[in-house]
Design a protein around this ligand. Structure first.
Ligand SMILES: N[C@@H](CCC(=O)N[C@@H](CS)C(=O)NCC(=O)O)C(=O)O
Length: 337
């Protein structure tokens, strides 16, 4: 009996040893020398390579902010394009460290193993139609054919909305974003539906953008944010607080241009954010200047928003729900203290 207990204890210890020996995400990323970020297949403003093949966008900036926090180098990221329906499996497979791809935080996704760290863009689903269709409300789409992408919340909300309003729906479903927009553009459907941010971005791709109108209804809540696997709380916190650092920097007026000057600030909140005081970065497993590195590399959240999707960008999205909480919006970060 004694020897059996000893054997069991030995086996248990070996098991604990094996689990303990498994490197966490942060160590794996450091050993690899780059973060692997799952992004969209090409959505202007969120994740799209520019003419030189350099990835740009609001989601891309969150990936770069993570690379800056870890390596002090925002270029140490490999971008993997992930199609809508493949998101849960690719995240689960370990091929990517984090998914930052206009992905809506829902209960079923979280139950399915995608753990959302926050919301980097508050969105909602809308519709686009041709002006010549003469429709001014989504409630007038009874019997319409609607182009929609497979494996999205969009597909589910569309069915709910038509059912709830007792309208007949003819969904025309495509596997990729590109196929969906091309089909609508070629006249295959009466309407096109996706997140409002996606409508603003995809409209630019249409052969005659001015021939289309976005209808006033927003039919759902689409809180878009990064997600990670559930097995690594340190990594979860790094991804979560990287976004909070971007928000906090905006709130405190710390920008890419003034961050070096701000190191001399007397404001205790700024001193803690930039690692002049406290051991917050080390507590996350990073260095104390983690947020300084982030802001130096990509700027604060407001700067990233304006550059990628804001009124000065081709996409022209207002801050709206994505304004800071101090300006009537929902973007809010817990205190760094
Ligand atoms: N937020 C929705 C929809 C996300 C989505 O995949 N949208 C489309 C159209 S905007 C898309 O494919 N986007 C990006 C891409 O593939 O690059 C979801 O999480 O299911």
């Amino acid at each position: 009996m004694k020897s059996l207990i000893a054997l069991c204890a030995g086996a248990a210890l070996a098991l604990i040893g094996a689990v303990g020996a498994e490197a966490g995400a942060l160590d794996q990323i450091k050993a690899r020398g780059a973060l692997v970020c799952g992004v969209g297949t090409g959505l202007a403003g969120f994740s799209l390579p520019d003419d030189q093949g350099v990835w740009k966008g609001l989601d891309v900036d969150e990936c770069r902010a993570l690379a800056a926090a870890i390596f002090n180098d925002p270029t140490k990221v490999k971008f993997l394009q992930v199609n809508a329906k493949d998101r849960p499996t690719i995240l689960a497979s370990g091929e990517i460290d984090v998914l930052i791809r206009n992905t809506t935080w829902t209960l079923s996704r979280e139950i399915g193993g995608m753990f959302f760290t926050g919301v980097n863009f508050y969105d909602g689903q809308g519709f686009m139609v041709r002006k010549k269709l003469g429709v001014d409300s989504a409630l007038k789409l009874d019997g319409a054919s609607v182009c929609v992408q497979q494996g999205t919340t969009t597909e589910l909300n569309l069915a709910d909305y038509f059912r709830a309003n007792k309208m007949k729906l003819e969904p025309v479903v495509f596997a990729t974003d590109d196929e969906t927009t091309k089909a609508y553009d070629s006249g295959r459907c009466d309407a096109y539906t996706t997140d409002a941010s996606g409508l603003a971005a995809e409209r630019l791709k249409m052969s005659a953008p001015d021939d289309h109108v976005v209808l006033p209804e927003i039919i759902s809540k689409e809180p878009l944010g990064p997600s990670v696997r559930k097995d690594d709380i340190q990594w979860f916190q790094i991804v979560q607080w990287t976004h909070f650092a971007l928000i906090t920097a905006e709130e405190l007026g710390v920008t890419q241009a003034n961050v070096d000057e701000m190191l001399k600030s007397d404001n205790p909140n700024i001193r803690r954010l930039l690692g002049v005081e406290g051991d917050f970065g080390k507590g996350l497993g990073l260095t104390n200047d983690w947020a300084y590195r982030i802001i130096k590399a990509v700027g604060n959240y407001g700067e990233s928003f304006e550059r990628n999707v804001g009124m000065g960008s081709p996409i022209k999205i207002r801050r709206g729900l994505n304004a800071l909480w101090t300006k009537g919006g929902l973007q809010y970060a817990p205190p760094i203290r």
